[in-house]
Design a protein around this ligand. Structure first.
Ligand code: SF4
Length: 350
């Protein structure tokens, strides 16, 4: 919803100032998606507005649901014809999370990622980003899904920090009491490792969660499979994270997608531990999420369950030894594989 446009239309047609607030609240607090469902305005005003402005900046062309009913993927057609995908899933019983896209495609071309293989088309506007939230909040309500819609993650198509002005503006609207009023801590932004973006997050949104798709713990493999590492290597990432920790003292999540025989051996576990240890505050503040790869493209295979478990225990042993606590590494269940809505599978074409 373009709220600036809505406000100027209401002014033009001579509606009192409070009308804007009524309508804005209906969208951002009650997640209504149709003017005629707003109980506080007249039928004629609802019809007039419906002709002048569309509540969403895209049309949902298709919504796929997994057999277990725990994940949904929507294919959204934007006004210029471009297509993005966005996902709603339930990672924990009774908890729902929307996975948002920030760009149409992605320029970073990670070799294991369907989005990256499709190339980059354009940045999304902040309206196109916040509309994904509105869309899923409405869907959640209409579908009467059981549980709580508890979080948002910027882990869909695109690198959020390469579209920072629009992502930043979307984040502001999402946490603004006058608009969506969501808790900062219920939102996570995931990056492939753009140092300036990490620093911006530390300064501007210290309460919003940060995740880093680390995936490979050494420059050689990272540069081979994630070309972004040729521009911003692990040393630069380390410096940015040191800065982040000094400003926020908050936990950062390393996303570590596990590929059979590539990054799931003792050598990589040791490198990962060394990398974490080398970051000031890292041993205390980094939590590793292990995710078995979802076969998408490029001929990679997922690590088997046993190896993934072993890798987790290896990391946890290190954490226990260092911190005397039991946190540090978790195996994250991958959802949405069959609807191609899992990490790295969003391609915008099905
Ligand atoms: S993994 Fe993320 S950063 Fe890499 S190509 Fe895919 S969307 Fe882009």
């Amino acid at each position: 919803m373009d709220f600036i446009k809505l406000q100027s239309i209401l002014k033009e047609i001579g509606e009192p100032a409070f009308r804007y607030r009524q309508i804005k609240d209906a969208f951002t607090k009650q997640f209504v998606l149709d003017f005629k469902n707003i109980s506080t305005i007249s039928k004629s005003l609802a019809e007039d507005l419906a002709e002048k402005i569309s509540p969403l900046s895209f049309k949902a062309e298709k919504i796929l649901e997994s057999k277990d009913g725990l994940s949904f993927k929507a294919l959204l057609r934007l006004s210029d014809g471009a297509v993005i995908e966005t996902v709603l899933l339930s990672p924990l019983p009774g908890r729902w999370s929307a996975c948002l896209s920030s760009q149409v495609g992605c320029s970073l071309a990670c070799r294991f990622c369907a989005t990256g293989q499709g190339g980059f088309r354009r940045n999304l506007t902040s309206e196109e980003i916040t509309d994904q939230v509105l869309f899923w909040k409405n869907f959640f309500k209409e579908k009467k899904l059981a549980g709580k819609f508890s979080s948002l993650v910027f882990m869909g198509m695109g690198e959020p920090f390469l579209n920072w002005p629009e992502v930043k503006s979307a984040l502001k609207i999402l946490i603004d009491k006058e608009f969506f009023n969501l808790g900062s801590r219920s939102i996570s932004v995931s990056t492939s490792g753009i140092p300036d973006g990490i620093k911006n997050m530390a300064r501007e949104f210290p309460q919003i969660n940060l995740a880093v798709s680390l995936i490979f713990p050494n420059d050689r493999q990272r540069s081979q499979y994630m070309p972004v590492n040729r521009r911003f290597n692990l040393n630069q990432l380390k410096k940015a994270l040191t800065y982040y920790f000094s400003k926020t003292n908050r936990k950062v999540f390393f996303e570590y997608v596990m590929f059979k025989g590539l990054n799931d051996q003792a050598a990589q576990a040791d490198e990962l531990i060394e990398f974490i240890k080398s970051i000031e505050g890292g041993a205390k503040l980094i939590h590793v999420n292990l995710i078995r790869y979802n076969a998408a493209s490029g001929g990679f295979s997922p690590s088997d369950a046993k190896t993934t478990e072993w890798f987790k225990d290896y990391l946890k042993w290190f954490k226990d030894y260092l911190n005397k606590n039991k946190v540090g590494a978790t195996i994250r269940k991958s959802l949405g594989e069959e609807i191609k809505g899992a990490c790295g599978q969003l391609a915008g074409n099905q």
